[in-house]
Design a protein around this ligand. Sequence first.
Ligand code: FES
Ligand code: FES
Length: 141
Amino acid sequence: QALLRFYHERVVDHYNNPRNVGSFDKSDPAVGTGLVGAPACGDVMKLQIKVDDQTGKIVDACFKTFGCGSAIASSSVATEWVKGKQTEEVLSIKNTEIAKHLSLPPVKLHCSMLAEDAIKAAVKDYEAKRAKTSPNLEATN
Ligand code: FES
Ligand code: FES
């Protein structure tokens, strides 16, 4: 009940029915893994993307979050928003947009920051792996 009083219904919905909970195989070259922690509270979020190598499009996403309801809701929204987008495109997703979507109160802004950081970390991981495995990219040095 307290939850319903303090949080917007979208938070409650994403908390009770989180979308895309799960894990992909980290060693899959198509998978990018972002693992981030919030210094403020110690909560941890893992967000993974699966990318189509040919088009650069994110075809799937999942998360596992050990954290508060707002962090879980933020990661759930993040996985929904990144699906179907280009990897460069999702780098511009701002935590403030997620927070606004969920009507998070100011003290919960850092929870949505985790999601923004996790998206960026996942794309970075994917790109680093890709650079390592792609002979074309390696040939440039
Ligand atoms: Fe789920 Fe908007 S309510 S992303
Ligand atoms: Fe730390 Fe929400 S209270 S992520």
